[in-house]
Design a protein around this ligand. Structure first.
Ligand SMILES: Nc1nc2c(ncn2[C@@H]2O[C@H](COP(=O)(O)OP(=O)(O)OP(=O)(O)O)[C@@H](O)[C@H]2O)c(=O)[nH]1
Ligand SMILES: [Mg+2]
Length: 426
């Protein structure tokens, strides 16, 4: 059963968004195979420290649980450890909150060594404050990580230090994995291919687009967080012989803080991209909120700053096929009015409509606006000279002698901003 607390203090609250948020909560539950027997919103005017909900509301949940035979209550909000325990006692059922639920999903999905370490670390961090074992491991024995490995859930209660030690070890392992990945990224950065990162809210259609563009077979499903670990493939674009396309983990509102930190590293791939495609589900009622959420995370990653984004962004308005002709026309007007501040391409990753236009746009963004520059490179710097000859459009060059650096080449060359970025990072 999913219960959404709609907290309305100080005139806040979810208001009209509550329904789509409740829908999302159910989607999260389904994402790990939970059958939702009932879902409802409870408005909260005063937060009760002991139970979050008021007495009558707890009663209402209890009755609903009994009527529908629910085994688990998901509170799609944040519960303190005490609130969780008290609710469990009163309802005589397992209760988990949004963070707990998302952690469960991530635990089930993470496939790479790094992803698994990150999720386990996040989970331990969450549990350390609660000293209860992950409910799935208690109730469902679904394998997974087998937190702390040993038999008997009393282990966690028995020793907080054990958790701390394990977390310290995980952090070290993670550090090691990241160092290796950092090396990979550096190597890739030195490669001449541009990187295009697909980002967007969970379920927006990133993997579907990724598959369409690469012919790959990445899991794309009507599941929240279908993709957790970044996947990369080479693609061709107009005017670009080879580019690397990267599919990433989807964003969601109220991502558990433990996971924000943990997945930051995964998302750091995005900060190394040359172009970001922000895939948006424009058929979703919460599309505008989702966009704000994604942009907030991009800002946290340092991609969007006060002066705009440091990496060019294009918005792919996906699921266009789900819109009525009137809705399409309305959005076309918005696109024409340039309200998005970035280029917008309407697409359907599912049918392929608009995808060619998106590719053209990407090609243009990667190759366009080359500038003519005059660079002076010491003759001794063979690496940079070779790079310029391999990648730049050389207009002229002549040898000069400069007091401080000795013999050098003065080269007039056309480079795109991306190429210039690569050249300076050589
Ligand atoms: N009608 C329609 N459905 C689409 C379109 N693109 C994707 N979908 C559906 O939307 C659902 C989610 O697609 P995914 O590609 O898995 O979404 P994602 O952004 O990778 O999601 P996460 O990996 O969970 O973050 C799937 O059921 C897709 O079939 C589209 O253009 N039109
Ligand atoms: Mg995906």
């Amino acid at each position: 059963m999913v219960v959404l607390p709609d907290i309305r203090q100080r005139g806040g609250g979810l208001g009209a968004d509550a329904e789509s948020r409740l829908e999302e909560g159910q989607g999260l539950a389904r994402a790990i195979g939970i059958e939702v027997v009932e879902a409802f919103i409870l408005p909260i005017r005063t937060v009760r420290p002991a139970t979050l909900f008021g007495e009558g509301q707890v009663e209402r949940i209890a009755v609903a649980c009994n009527q529908s035979d629910a085994e688990l209550v998901i509170v799609d909000g944040a519960l303190s450890a005490i609130q969780q325990r008290n609710l469990e006692e009163k309802l005589k059922r397992k209760v988990i909150d949004r963070t707990g639920l998302i952690l469960e999903i991530f635990g089930e999905r993470a496939a790479t060594a790094e992803g698994r370490l990150q999720v386990e670390l996040a989970h331990l961090d969450y549990q350390a404050g609660r000293l209860v074992r992950s409910w799935t491991h208690l109730e469902r024995q679904r394998g997974g990580f087998g937190f702390l490995g040993g038999p008997g859930e009393t282990q966690i209660e028995a020793d907080r230090r054990l958790i701390r030690n394990r977390m310290a070890r995980l952090r070290r392992e993670l550090e090691q994995v990241r160092r290796t990945r950092g090396l990979h990224r550096e190597r890739r950065q030195r490669a001449p291919w541009p990187v295009i990162a697909l980002v967007g809210y969970t379920n927006a259609g990133k993997s579907t687009l990724f598959n369409r563009l690469t012919g790959a077979d990445v899991m794309a499903e009507d599941l929240l967080f279908a993709t957790l670990d970044p996947t990369m493939r080479a693609i061709r674009l107009p005017g670009v012989e080879k580019a690397i396309l990267s599919d990433t983990v989807g964003f969601i509102s109220d991502l558990p803080t433990q996971l924000v930190a943990a997945f930051r590293a995964t998302l750091e791939e995005v900060t190394a991209a040359d172009v970001i495609v922000h895939v948006r589900d424009v058929a979703n009622l919460a599309s505008a909120d989702q966009k704000a959420e994604v942009e907030q995370i991009l800002a946290d990653l340092g991609v969007i700053g006060e002066a705009g984004s440091t990496i060019p962004i294009v918005e792919a308005w996906n699921k266009w096929d789900l819109l009525t002709p009137e809705e399409q026309a309305m959005r076309q007007d918005l696109i024409a009015a340039k309200i998005a501040e970035v280029p917008v391409v309407p697409i359907s990753a599912l049918t392929g409509a608009g995808v060619e236009t998106l590719l053209d746009k990407l090609g243009e963004m990667l190759t366009g606006s080359a500038q003519t520059l005059e660079l002076t490179v010491p003759l001794s710097d063979g690496q940079r000279l070779a790079w310029l000859h391999a990648h730049g459009d050389i207009i002229s060059e002549n040898q000069v002698d400069i007091a401080e650096i000795g013999p050098a080449m003065r080269i007039k060359v056309r480079l795109t901003p991306r190429e210039l970025g690569r050249f300076t990072s050589l």
